[in-house]
Design a protein around this ligand. Structure first.
Ligand code: GAR
Length: 181
Protein backbone atom coordinates (compact mmCIF):
# COMPACT_ATOMS: atom_id res chain seq x y z
CA UNK A 1 0.00 0.00 0.00
CA UNK A 2 1.60 3.28 -1.11
CA UNK A 3 1.69 6.06 1.45
CA UNK A 4 0.61 9.64 0.77
CA UNK A 5 1.49 12.91 2.48
CA UNK A 6 -0.16 16.22 1.61
CA UNK A 7 1.46 19.65 1.97
CA UNK A 8 -0.79 22.73 2.28
CA UNK A 9 -0.26 26.31 3.38
CA UNK A 10 -3.79 27.61 3.84
CA UNK A 11 -7.38 26.52 3.64
CA UNK A 12 -6.76 22.92 2.63
CA UNK A 13 -9.92 22.25 0.62
CA UNK A 14 -7.90 20.09 -1.80
CA UNK A 15 -6.38 18.25 1.16
CA UNK A 16 -9.90 17.58 2.42
CA UNK A 17 -10.95 16.03 -0.89
CA UNK A 18 -7.79 13.90 -0.99
CA UNK A 19 -8.31 12.73 2.60
CA UNK A 20 -11.92 11.81 1.82
CA UNK A 21 -10.74 9.61 -1.05
CA UNK A 22 -7.48 8.12 0.24
CA UNK A 23 -5.77 7.21 3.45
CA UNK A 24 -3.38 10.12 4.11
CA UNK A 25 -0.44 9.41 6.42
CA UNK A 26 -0.07 13.04 7.41
CA UNK A 27 -0.56 16.61 6.31
CA UNK A 28 2.23 19.14 6.67
CA UNK A 29 1.68 22.88 6.82
CA UNK A 30 4.31 25.62 6.75
CA UNK A 31 1.90 27.82 8.75
CA UNK A 32 1.00 26.91 12.30
CA UNK A 33 -2.35 28.72 12.07
CA UNK A 34 -3.45 27.31 8.68
CA UNK A 35 -7.07 26.19 8.46
CA UNK A 36 -5.91 22.91 6.90
CA UNK A 37 -4.78 21.83 10.39
CA UNK A 38 -8.35 22.13 11.69
CA UNK A 39 -9.61 20.12 8.75
CA UNK A 40 -7.03 17.44 9.53
CA UNK A 41 -8.11 17.24 13.15
CA UNK A 42 -11.78 16.88 12.15
CA UNK A 43 -10.85 14.14 9.69
CA UNK A 44 -8.58 12.37 12.16
CA UNK A 45 -5.51 12.85 9.96
CA UNK A 46 -2.12 13.32 11.65
CA UNK A 47 -0.69 16.78 11.06
CA UNK A 48 2.63 18.55 11.47
CA UNK A 49 3.30 22.26 11.21
CA UNK A 50 6.42 24.33 11.46
CA UNK A 51 7.62 27.49 9.78
CA UNK A 52 10.67 28.36 7.73
CA UNK A 53 11.45 31.29 10.06
CA UNK A 54 11.96 28.83 12.93
CA UNK A 55 15.06 27.42 11.17
CA UNK A 56 18.49 28.85 10.34
CA UNK A 57 17.91 28.42 6.62
CA UNK A 58 15.71 26.71 4.06
CA UNK A 59 17.97 23.66 3.86
CA UNK A 60 17.49 22.94 7.60
CA UNK A 61 13.74 23.51 7.27
CA UNK A 62 13.60 21.06 4.40
CA UNK A 63 15.76 18.54 6.28
CA UNK A 64 13.10 18.52 9.00
CA UNK A 65 10.46 17.85 6.32
CA UNK A 66 12.55 15.04 4.82
CA UNK A 67 12.87 13.47 8.29
CA UNK A 68 9.06 13.34 8.51
CA UNK A 69 8.69 11.90 5.02
CA UNK A 70 11.36 9.27 5.70
CA UNK A 71 9.94 8.42 9.11
CA UNK A 72 6.53 7.71 7.57
CA UNK A 73 8.05 6.03 4.48
CA UNK A 74 6.05 8.28 2.17
CA UNK A 75 5.78 7.18 -1.47
CA UNK A 76 3.91 10.19 -2.85
CA UNK A 77 3.88 13.82 -1.73
CA UNK A 78 0.86 15.79 -2.98
CA UNK A 79 1.34 19.53 -2.87
CA UNK A 80 -2.10 21.10 -2.51
CA UNK A 81 -1.80 24.83 -2.09
CA UNK A 82 1.71 24.56 -0.61
CA UNK A 83 2.86 28.06 -1.44
CA UNK A 84 6.62 27.63 -1.07
CA UNK A 85 9.05 26.80 -3.82
CA UNK A 86 10.51 23.37 -3.16
CA UNK A 87 14.23 23.87 -2.58
CA UNK A 88 17.12 21.70 -3.82
CA UNK A 89 17.36 19.75 -0.55
CA UNK A 90 13.79 18.46 -0.59
CA UNK A 91 13.72 18.12 -4.35
CA UNK A 92 16.82 15.95 -4.50
CA UNK A 93 15.34 13.65 -1.83
CA UNK A 94 11.82 13.36 -3.29
CA UNK A 95 11.94 14.33 -6.99
CA UNK A 96 9.81 11.87 -8.95
CA UNK A 97 7.66 11.28 -5.88
CA UNK A 98 6.16 14.78 -5.60
CA UNK A 99 3.24 16.25 -7.54
CA UNK A 100 1.56 19.65 -7.51
CA UNK A 101 -1.83 21.02 -8.47
CA UNK A 102 -1.99 24.42 -10.11
CA UNK A 103 -5.22 26.36 -10.75
CA UNK A 104 -4.50 27.29 -14.38
CA UNK A 105 -3.69 25.61 -17.66
CA UNK A 106 0.13 25.64 -17.55
CA UNK A 107 2.26 27.10 -19.01
CA UNK A 108 -0.44 29.78 -18.88
CA UNK A 109 -0.54 31.76 -15.62
CA UNK A 110 2.10 30.12 -13.40
CA UNK A 111 2.82 31.44 -9.91
CA UNK A 112 0.85 32.21 -6.79
CA UNK A 113 -2.19 33.88 -8.38
CA UNK A 114 -3.16 31.60 -11.27
CA UNK A 115 -6.91 32.21 -10.95
CA UNK A 116 -6.73 35.98 -10.53
CA UNK A 117 -4.18 36.33 -13.32
CA UNK A 118 -6.42 34.41 -15.75
CA UNK A 119 -9.44 36.43 -14.67
CA UNK A 120 -7.64 39.75 -15.14
CA UNK A 121 -6.30 38.65 -18.53
CA UNK A 122 -9.92 38.14 -19.62
CA UNK A 123 -9.27 34.75 -21.23
CA UNK A 124 -12.36 32.76 -22.30
CA UNK A 125 -11.05 29.65 -20.54
CA UNK A 126 -8.44 28.67 -18.02
CA UNK A 127 -7.99 25.32 -16.34
CA UNK A 128 -6.26 23.09 -13.85
CA UNK A 129 -2.89 21.33 -14.18
CA UNK A 130 -1.28 18.54 -12.20
CA UNK A 131 2.43 18.14 -12.74
CA UNK A 132 5.55 16.56 -11.31
CA UNK A 133 7.53 19.00 -9.19
CA UNK A 134 10.88 20.19 -10.50
CA UNK A 135 13.14 23.10 -9.58
CA UNK A 136 11.10 25.71 -11.48
CA UNK A 137 7.89 27.49 -10.53
CA UNK A 138 5.07 25.35 -11.95
CA UNK A 139 7.30 24.01 -14.72
CA UNK A 140 7.51 20.26 -14.07
CA UNK A 141 6.33 17.58 -16.47
CA UNK A 142 2.57 17.76 -16.89
CA UNK A 143 0.57 14.71 -15.84
CA UNK A 144 -2.95 15.91 -16.54
CA UNK A 145 -4.75 19.10 -17.51
CA UNK A 146 -8.38 20.05 -17.82
CA UNK A 147 -9.93 23.15 -19.31
CA UNK A 148 -12.39 25.26 -17.33
CA UNK A 149 -14.48 27.88 -19.15
CA UNK A 150 -15.10 31.43 -18.08
CA UNK A 151 -18.82 32.08 -18.64
CA UNK A 152 -20.24 35.45 -19.71
CA UNK A 153 -21.97 36.22 -16.41
CA UNK A 154 -19.16 34.90 -14.21
CA UNK A 155 -17.89 36.85 -11.25
CA UNK A 156 -14.37 36.17 -9.98
CA UNK A 157 -16.04 34.09 -7.24
CA UNK A 158 -18.05 31.89 -9.60
CA UNK A 159 -15.02 31.49 -11.89
CA UNK A 160 -12.81 30.59 -8.95
CA UNK A 161 -15.40 28.16 -7.64
CA UNK A 162 -15.60 26.39 -11.03
CA UNK A 163 -11.82 26.00 -11.05
CA UNK A 164 -11.81 24.59 -7.53
CA UNK A 165 -14.54 22.11 -8.45
CA UNK A 166 -12.37 20.95 -11.36
CA UNK A 167 -9.43 20.56 -8.96
CA UNK A 168 -11.51 18.43 -6.60
CA UNK A 169 -12.47 16.14 -9.49
CA UNK A 170 -9.08 15.80 -11.16
CA UNK A 171 -6.64 15.55 -8.23
CA UNK A 172 -8.08 12.31 -6.81
CA UNK A 173 -8.18 10.81 -10.32
CA UNK A 174 -4.48 11.50 -10.87
CA UNK A 175 -3.49 10.27 -7.42
CA UNK A 176 -5.41 7.06 -8.04
CA UNK A 177 -3.60 6.53 -11.35
CA UNK A 178 -0.18 7.09 -9.78
CA UNK A 179 -0.92 4.83 -6.80
CA UNK A 180 -1.98 2.03 -9.12
CA UNK A 181 1.08 2.30 -11.37
C1 GAR B 1 -5.58 25.66 -4.93
O1 GAR B 1 -6.40 26.30 -5.89
C2 GAR B 1 -4.26 25.27 -5.55
O2 GAR B 1 -4.37 24.86 -6.89
C3 GAR B 1 -3.49 26.54 -5.45
O3 GAR B 1 -3.79 27.02 -4.16
C4 GAR B 1 -5.14 26.66 -3.87
C5 GAR B 1 -5.18 26.07 -2.48
O4 GAR B 1 -6.51 25.90 -2.05
N1 GAR B 1 -2.08 26.34 -5.65
C6 GAR B 1 -1.30 27.22 -6.28
O5 GAR B 1 -1.68 28.30 -6.69
C7 GAR B 1 0.15 26.76 -6.47
N2 GAR B 1 0.83 27.59 -7.41
P1 GAR B 1 -6.82 24.90 -0.87
O6 GAR B 1 -5.84 25.21 0.26
O7 GAR B 1 -8.24 25.20 -0.46
O8 GAR B 1 -6.64 23.50 -1.38
Amino acid sequence: MKKIAVFASGSGSNFQVIAENFSVEFVFSDHRDAYVLERAEKLGVLSYAFELKEFDDKASYEEAIIDLLDLHQIDLVCLAGYMKIVGPKLLSAYEGRMINIHPAYLPEFPGAHGILDAWEAGVPESGVTIHWVDSGVDTGQIIKQVRVPRLPDDTIESFENRIHQAEYAVYPQVIKEILHD
